[in-house]
Design a protein around this ligand. Structure first.
Ligand code: CP3
Length: 347
């Protein structure tokens, strides 16, 4: 476990030399090196090979100079160890072949068998060895976001079937989230034992819920997960998209770092969440596609509003778009580091 890095120190609110920065989806199709690999392997084949997991995981650290690596994998991977059949389709996302639509389908899910995804933990070990003093972030999808793929069968805008299950078959909904929560705890604990230094839970689509539904049906599950992870004594990051109306509740789950999307000013998130939590975010990822000037202008606003905040980590409000020019990202990392050291425009 790496503890003396600026990323981990910022997560804990300890003094550090400059603002740490990493990016969600920092490994992916915007990288020429990743596209070259993808011309030879399918995404899921990459994610099942420990050596390739390592190579892809460490590549943004080498190419961009970011302060943390995130395990290269996908939120769907551990579901293979619960008996779920799915594919990841380019420009679509995960597609589940037999969606879960009721209690009988939920009972069809097996308990999580970690041995079936040993390649993930081996990928963590190999990545950690190659990264030396750069921390590795392990991750999992959150129960609600995973359930949304399992129930809808793929990406959705309305979450028709997931909400239907919540409102019309609550015991099946609860059983599904509970089974997934048990997996999340085991899966993240094993990533930590394999050498990860921080853990992130992606609840990307939880913003689709009303504040009341979140509080009642999802928040208690998240509280139980974070309580079980707390003994690992490492930063626990909780991230979702479109979560303005949920932030305060997300902040009281036991997570120690909250990932904020780009719609809400970072300083406003700080007011809502109070001084104790670390915050991570929140540049509109689309700025990257619009080039260096648009990227720096957005970053400037965020850095100005967060200067002197010792529990702040720069990131995007969501993942790196595939149309991003790597040079823009590389420039951004240098610029954030320089600003964090000197204030103002850095250079
Ligand atoms: O952040 C990182 O760099 C780590 C790697 C990572 C991937 N997926 C790699 C990936 C992480 C953390 C994820 C998590 C993930 N996967 C989430 C939560 C984070 C988020 O983005 O909200 C979600 C919702 C998924 C589901 C998923 N998998 C989607 C929507 C897609 C994109 C489909 C597409 O082609 O646009 C994937 C595939 C995926 N996961 C890719 C990568 C690099 C692209 C695969 C490829 O074609 O090579």
């Amino acid at each position: 476990m790496v503890t003396n890095s600026r990323f981990i120190r910022a997560c804990r609110g300890e003094p550090h030399d400059t603002v740490p920065v990493w990016f969600m989806r920092q490994a992916g199709r915007y990288q020429p090196t990743y596209r070259a690999l993808r011309s030879r392997y399918r995404m899921l084949d990459l994610a099942r090979s420990p050596n390739l997991i390592r190579d892809v995981t460490i590549s943004p650290v080498r190419e961009l100079g970011v302060d943390a690596a995130i395990l290269f994998s996908d939120i769907m991977i551990p579901l293979t160890a619960m008996g779920v059949n799915f594919d990841i389709q380019e420009n679509v996302g995960p597609v589940v072949f037999e969606p879960i639509r009721g209690g009988a389908d939920v009972r069809r899910l097996s308990r999580f068998v970690p041995e079936l995804v040993d390649y993930v933990f081996e990928g963590v070990r190999l990545s950690v060895a190659a990264l030396e003093d750069v921390p590795l972030i392990g991750f999992s999808g959150a129960p609600f976001t995973l359930a949304s793929y399992l129930v809808e069968g793929g990406p959705s805008r309305t979450y028709r079937w997931t909400k239907d299950l919540l409102w019309n078959d609550r015991s099946a909904f609860d059983a599904l989230l509970e089974g997934l929560a048990e997996m999340v705890v085991q899966y993240l604990t094993l990533q930590a034992k394999a050498g990860a230094s921080a853990l992130q839970i992606f609840d990307s689509w939880v913003g689709a819920l009303s504040a009341e539904d979140y509080r009642e049906a999802v928040w208690p599950v998240m509280c139980r997960i974070f309580a079980k992870l707390q003994p690992l004594n490492m930063p626990l990051i909780y991230f979702g998209v479109g979560t303005q109306h949920l932030l305060e509740d997300m902040g009281s789950t036991g997570a120690t770092v909250i990932g904020v999307d780009w719609r809400i000013p970072m300083a406003h998130a700080r007011k809502l969440l109070g001084p104790q939590l670390a915050l991570m975010g929140n540049l509109d990822p689309q700025r990257l596609v619009s080039g260096r000037a648009a990227t720096r202008a957005g970053a400037h606003l965020i850095m100005k509003s967060m200067q002197n905040d010792t529990r702040y980590i720069f990131n995007l409000g969501h993942g790196v778009p595939k149309e991003t020019d790597p040079a823009v990202l590389k420039d951004l990392v240098r610029w954030i580091h320089a600003w964090g050291r000197q204030g103002d425009d850095g250079e």
